[in-house]
Design a binder for this molecule. Structure first.
Ligand code: NDP
Ligand code: MG
Ligand code: MG
Length: 341
């Protein structure tokens, strides 16, 4: 069993006297900046002068500077702008302001694993990657709990990179839940595979097909929505609590037998082969290249795919139904009907 690190294994005083720059104030950025600040760490948020997030960070009482000023002032620089913009921000504003012995941190291994960012040899390079969305990271911290995280060290000229990463993880509440050590390569490849094959790509497309099959067979879209989307959360909660066994324990015998019989009819061995080809594209860098090339030429493919998927009929059915669900929590800044964050 892999070692897990908890609060007792991490020492926040490693960060005392140091300044942490959080570059970006979005999903992860706001959670890290506020929680580190609440843990007594000296934090400065780095944002462009024109950034829409500036006002939010200032309202929360955080120090805000330009990216270059924040990197200059900091001992530890955490890169929390979107992955596709990190290399430009790093090259222009971060790298020129790093001193030997400083540390550059990431929450995803993408830019290091696929060589879009190549830090100088005299800075520490480490990762603290919470395994949950930023809004949940912050919510759990405020509730006295935490979201588990991965830590990794890529470069360690100071000899303290792991201690600093564990202290940072403690500052955002992650060591309350448990921290696992990994490498940039393992995190980047497994994260991309997991989100593509199962969590995001796999699950969304399974839901879309399920909805299409039921509605094309003449069933009401609202009923189809409940059966293939809404209840998914209830099933997944059981999986998280006690694995597939608890989920199958809780459902009816009819549903459990259907799981064993219908599941393999849908998810055939071909699907496993398809998953292997997704993994191969991740490992070869082909996926990273397709994403970055598209981003660097105006994100045309990305926008097309987003529009196509947002216009799937399950989305309009869900939008209408959810208006009736006053009890669905919306304590983040997501606005129903837009994809803005
Ligand atoms: P977001 O998309 O939420 O980041 C948005 C922030 O970045 C905003 O403050 C935005 O400022 C700023 N920003 C965007 N572009 C630039 C730019 N070119 N220059 C300077 N600032 C910019 O990012 P996430 O929090 O989703 O992701 C950050 C990192 O965390 C990524 O590496 C991601 O893989 C990782 N991660 C994310 C998770 C999540 O929950 N989303 C989960 C685990 C890891 P503005 O106001 O100007 O738009
Ligand atoms: Mg990811
Ligand atoms: Mg049912």
């Amino acid at each position: 069993m892999t070692d897990l690190y908890y609060d007792d294994d991490a020492d926040l005083s490693v960060l005392s006297g140091k300044t942490v720059a959080i570059i970006g104030y979005g999903s992860q950025g706001h959670a890290h900046a506020l929680s580190l600040r609440d843990s007594g760490v000296d934090v400065v948020v780095g944002l462009k002068e024109s950034s829409a997030s500036r006002a939010k960070a200032q309202e929360q009482g955080l120090k805000v500077a330009t990216v270059a000023e924040a990197a200059e002032a900091a001992d530890v620089v955490m890169m929390l702008v979107p992955d596709q913009h990190q290399a430009d921000v790093y090259t222009t504003d971060v790298a020129p302001n790093l001193r030997p012995g400083n540390a550059v941190f990431f929450s995803h291994g993408f830019n290091i694993r696929f060589d879009y960012i190549q830090p100088a040899a005299d800075v520490d390079v480490a990762m603290v990657a919470p395994k949950g969305p930023g809004h949940v990271v912050r919510r759990e911290f405020e509730a006295g709990r935490g979201v588990p995280a991965l830590v990794a060290v890529e470069q360690n000229p100071s000899g303290n990179a792991k201690e600093i990463a564990l202290a940072y993880a403690k500052g955002i509440g992650a060591t309350r839940a448990g921290v696992i050590e990994t490498t940039f390569t393992e995190e980047a490849e497994t994260d991309l595979f997991g989100e593509q094959a199962v969590l995001c790509g796999g699950a969304s497309h399974l839901v879309q097909y399920g909805f299409e099959v039921l509605t094309e067979a003449g069933y009401k879209p609202e009923i189809a929505y409940f059966e293939v989307l809404h209840e998914l959360k209830l099933i997944v909660d059981l999986m998280v609590e006690g694995g597939l066994t608890k989920q199958r324990w809780s459902i009816s015998d009819t549903a459990e037998f259907g799981d064993y019989v219908g599941g393999p009819q849908v998810i055939t061995p071909d699907v496993k082969e398809n998953m292997k080809s997704v993994l191969a594209d991740v490992q070869s860098g082909a996926f990273a290249k397709r994403f970055m090339d598209d981003q660097r030429s105006g994100a045309k493919e990305f926008q097309q795919l987003r529009e196509k998927n947002q216009s799937h009929p399950i989305e309009s059915t869900g939008r209408e139904l959810r208006k009736l669900f006053s009890w669905i929590p919306t304590d983040d800044d997501y606005t129903e009907g837009t994809a803005a964050r």
